[in-house]
Design a protein around this ligand. Structure first.
Ligand code: ZN
Length: 242
């Protein structure tokens, strides 16, 4: 049985949901994020607010939360020229990928996470990548994750499982999953509380916008990340209050 996990936790909706999922399934959960010179620091700030709110509102989970790690991956800013690390408009590239795609980013993150998990004695790496509602990033695909799992397990001579709880669900289902996890936490009205916590504290917007509060959270409302988050929330809200 796996009892401990390392969650790739960026402070966004997906990784916050993955963190709640890991806290409901594993005895010991540590978190890791990467500073790669992203244009907007709000995500890195958001993750601290999310962790503080989870600890305060879900004491059962607080007991399981271990160390938080922030690793320097600024080398990515040196090798890539993308809309997430440079001041350029978000656009489609000739190869069909948006220029928010940072080549090698998720692969590098997984290698660093696996090395950290090895040192910390953590069984499973959890990541919120998803093939259902995504911007077409090839490093979010299930096959990429399976291949990384094999490469890491061989390269470190230790079975390294990569858990991807959101791989086959869409954004509306991710909101629903958060609700269900909150309900199952044993806290009364925990479902609505966890959804509210994600709305208020997690950050997804590519433009780093946090001045406008919508029913689905803060953001510009029009970048691809906001669009996925808001349309998913609208569909989720419809199922809650038809
Ligand atoms: Zn946005």
């Amino acid at each position: 049985m796996h009892t401990s996990a390392l969650v790739l936790f960026s402070g966004g909706q997906d990784s916050t949901t993955c963190l709640a999922d890991a806290l409901s399934r594993y005895d010991r959960v540590e978190t890791v994020a990467f500073d790669y010179g992203q244009r907007h620091r709000v995500e890195l700030d958001a993750r601290l607010h999310v962790v503080a709110a989870l600890r305060a509102q879900f004491p059962v989970w607080a007991e399981r939360m271990g160390q938080d790690h922030l690793l320097d991956a600024s080398v990515l800013g040196q090798v890539s020229d993308t809309a997430l690390t440079r001041d350029t408009a978000i656009a489609m590239q000739a190869n069909g990928l948006p220029n928010t795609f940072v080549p090698g980013r998720n692969l590098l993150f997984l290698i660093l996470a696996a090395a950290l998990a090895y040192r910390r004695g953590l069984d499973v790496i959890v990541t919120g990548v998803c093939e259902t509602d995504y911007s077409g990033y090839p490093d979010c695909r299930d096959d990429t994750m399976k291949a990384m799992q094999v490469a890491l397990s061989l390269g470190m001579d230790k079975r390294q499982r990569i858990d991807t709880p959101l791989m086959w669900i869409d954004k509306a289902q991710t909101w629903q999953m958060a609700y269900d996890l909150g309900q199952a936490s044993g806290r009364s009205n925990g479902g609505a509380q966890l959804v509210d916590l994600i709305v208020e504290h997690s950050h997804t917007c590519y433009l780093g916008e946090r001045s406008q509060r919508h029913d689905w959270g803060y953001g510009c409302g029009s970048c691809p990340a906001c669009e996925l988050r808001s349309t998913g929330y609208a569909r989720y809200a419809l199922t809650r209050n038809p």
